[in-house]
Structure formats: structure tokens, C-alpha cells
Design a binder for this molecule. Structure first.
Ligand code: SAH
Ligand code: SF4
Length: 356
């Protein structure tokens, strides 16, 4: 019989209590078990962790428990600057997703995938070019963070994961419940205890998801991918803009900001000759006027399926100067790891191409 239960690391604290209770085990055992699963990260170590008593051992060995996700590392690529490490992980069933470790001691970040492929079809994005295969489960999202955490402990003893960005493959708000379940587990102080403010959820502008996120009890950072300041221009890059146009998107961002009392981050992927002119910068500043906003400017990572280039460095600076003069704070995100195809979906795209 197929087991439809979640894998062990995909169980929230309360789901673990429920699972134990329904197996006839006292739910007080959820506390040491949850911590062991989320902090020991390996099945062998979970079973031998302090506080894991015989009834729990027996439950762990029973076939009602789906063991922790086994993910094969298919490909690993460090960048020349040493700040980025990209992993291509194979899930049960053969699907592959990318996770990226970024940063430096004290500030390590994991960039996680939420779906295999993506249904949103943004023309410049390697994941969008692949189409949609399936949603990831909460366990598969947590397992990616565990992979990065294990690698960090191995390569940087004493260090741990501090930040999570949902900026890998897929649209996290289009896989809302599993993503929220996974982030709930990763921010649980009985587990890896990552601060909710250190979790960023990046969305292409999936309005129903933004509205739900604004009402979610935890206060994660919201990052919205804009790339265009008019429906016409944005729609050429992001097809779903036709369904969820800019004015409605800005309304949902303002609502998020008001309900959460939080700054909203906006991503603007700069594409030479497409959205990088002085006029675009002025219109972006106009669009975000009066909002508590921060813009991340990301020069395009060229992909094979899109005929576009990054602007020159000077153009990026000029663009940034204009929005700065308009009072809009911004950061130019360095294309760290461009040498390892660290753009969204690019490692997998490259491999798919080579394997044919
Ligand atoms: N689906 C979500 C999160 C994943 S993509 C979203 O779109 O926001 C994370 C960011 O990478 C998005 O801002 C996206 O627009 C950007 N991105 C995708 N492909 C890119 C490329 N080739 N070069 C630069 N940025 C890219
Ligand atoms: Fe999907 Fe984001 Fe890529 Fe668009 S940019 S196709 S939403 S992953």
C-alpha cells in the first residue's frame, strides 16, 4: 500500500504529536523527536539522539513512518569567488531541483526551490522555460534546507544556516500550503530556529498568495518580482501579468505592507535595452512612490532560451542613481556565482541540455 503520510522531516511539531498519538505513543515524545529530526538531520543520529525512548524507537522503525527524504546529489558547483555553492538534488521519483548555499560566516543563506519547474512562464527565466512538472512537498522543501545545513556544518564547523530565501525553482505562493508548512518547521525554535524575518518569499506577483500571506500569522519578508512598470512592458516578460495586472498587484503589496507593518522588497531584473533606461528608472520610482519599499536590482543572467543581455555596469549605476534621487532605497545584487549558472533553474537547464 502506498504511504501517503509525510516524510519525517516534513512533519510540523503539531503533526508529529498527532502522528504519535494516533500510533498509540504518548505525544509528549514529540518534543525530543522533533528537535532530533530537525537538528541531527540524519536518520542514524535521530534514532540514537538523547531523549528518544524505546516507544519512539519502535514507532520510528514501524512502516507507518516514512523515513527522512533521501536526496541524491546529482551535481554540485562552487563559484570561483567561493561565496556560492549550488546543488542539484534528485528527489524520490527522479525529479530534480536546485538549492543554493550563499554567503559567508554569520550570514549563510539557503535559496530553496518550491516546485519542479514553474507554471508562470517568465520568458527570461530558465525554470519558466522548462514548464511545470509538480509541486514539492513540505518535506522536500525542508530536506533542501537540511542538505545545505549539513554541508555548512561539514565545510564551516560552528556555522549554521541563518537565512532562507524562496528564490529557487518555482513560484512559492503557487504552492502555498506546503511552502508555509516547510517554513513553519524551519522557523520553529525547537528545530533550526531560523528567524521569520530572515525568511524571504519571492513571488512573481501571484496575488491570491500575497493576500493569504498578508493574513498568515508569521511575518516573513515579501519580495515581489516587478521587472516592468507598465502592464504592457511587464506583460511581455511575465505572462501572468495579464491575469494579475500591475495596479491590483500594487494594491496587494500595499495591503501586505499595512497588515504586516513591513517593508516590501521589489526585484527588478535589468535587461539591456528592455527595462534599463533612465525613463524606466523614473517610472519605477513613480510606481513605488509613498510605499515602504526596497528595490533589488539584478542584472540579467543570460539564459539560452531568451535573447537578452545584462546591461553594462555603468547603466546599472545610472539606473540606481535615478531611483535613489527619487528617494527609493535599492541594492544591486551581485551576480555571484554567474560562473556556475547560479541563475534560477540554470544548472538544471544546462544539464538537461547536455544529457540529450
Ligand atoms: N518565482 C519566484 C521566485 C523564484 S525566481 C519569482 O519569480 O519571484 C527568483 C528571482 O530570480 C525572481 O526575481 C526572478 O525574476 C529572477 N530571475 C529569474 N531568472 C533570472 C535571470 N535569468 N536573470 C536574473 N534574474 C532572474
Ligand atoms: Fe517561475 Fe519565478 Fe521563473 Fe517566473 S521567474 S518562471 S515565476 S521561477
Amino acid at each position: 500500500m502506498m504511504n501517503t503520510q509525510s516524510t519525517l522531516e516534513g512533519l510540523s511539531y503539531s503533526a508529529m504529536e498527532t502522528a504519535l498519538r494516533s500510533a498509540g505513543v504518548n505525544p509528549v515524545h514529540a518534543r525530543p523527536l522533533f528537535s532530533a529530526v530537525q537538528r541531527q538531520l540524519l536518520r542514524e543520529r535521530v534514532c540514537s539522539a538523547a531523549g528518544i525512548l524505546p516507544p519512539v524507537q519502535r514507532w520510528l522503525d514501524s512502516d507507518t513512518v516514512v523515513p527522512m527524504t533521501e536526496m541524491d546529489l546529482v551535481d554540485e558547483t562552487p563559484s570561483a569567488d567561493g561565496f556560492t555553492r549550488k546543488y542539484l538534488l534528485r528527489l524520490a521519483g527522479g525529479a530534480e531541483v536546485e538549492s543554493v548555499q550563499m554567503g559567508f560566516p554569520g550570514r549563510f543563506t539557503a535559496c530553496l526551490s518550491s516546485q519542479v519547474g514553474c507554471a508562470m512562464g517568465c520568458v527570461f527565466c530558465a525554470t519558466g522555460q522548462m514548464g511545470f512538472s509538480r509541486n514539492l512537498t513540505a518535506g522536500e522543501i525542508v530536506a533542501q534546507a537540511h542538505h545545505v545545513e549539513r554541508e555548512l556544518r561539514r565545510t564551516n564547523p560552528g556555522e549554521r544556516l541563518r537565512n532562507i530565501v524562496m528564490m529557487g525553482m518555482g513560484e512559492p505562493l503557487h504552492n502555498f500550503e506546503p511552502t508555509m508548512e516547510a517554513l513553519g518547521i524551519l522557523t520553529d525554535n525547537r528545530g533550526l530556529n531560523i528567524g521569520p524575518a530572515r525568511v524571504a518569499i519571492s513571488t512573481v506577483g501571484y496575488i491570491p498568495g500575497i493576500q493569504k500571506l498578508a493574513r498568515h500569522p508569521k511575518r516573513y519578508s515579501l519580495a515581489v518580482s516587478l521587472h516592468g512598470a507598465s502592464d504592457e512592458e511587464r506583460g511581455k516578460l511575465i505572462p501572468i501579468n495579464k491575469r494579475w495586472p500591475l495596479a491590483d498587484l500594487m494594491d496587494s503589496c500595499r495591503e501586505y505592507s499595512a497588515l504586516k507593518r513591513a517593508r516590501v522588497f521589489f526585484a527588478w531584473t535589468l535587461i539591456r535595452g528592455v527595462n534599463d533606461s533612465d525613463d524606466h528608472a523614473r517610472r519605477l520610482a513613480e510606481l513605488l512612490k509613498g510605499m515602504d519599499a526596497h528595490v533589488n536590482l539584478i542584472p540579467l543572467n543570460a539564459t539560452e532560451g531568451f535573447d537578452g543581455q545584462a546591461p553594462e555596469e555603468m547603466r546599472v549605476r545610472a539606473f540606481q542613481q535615478i531611483i535613489q534621487d527619487a528617494g527609493l532605497p535599492s541594492t544591486v545584487r551581485q551576480r555571484r556565482g554567474i560562473d556556475v549558472n547560479a541563475g534560477c533553474g540554470q544548472l538544471k537547464a544546462k544539464r538537461v541540455k547536455f544529457s540529450r
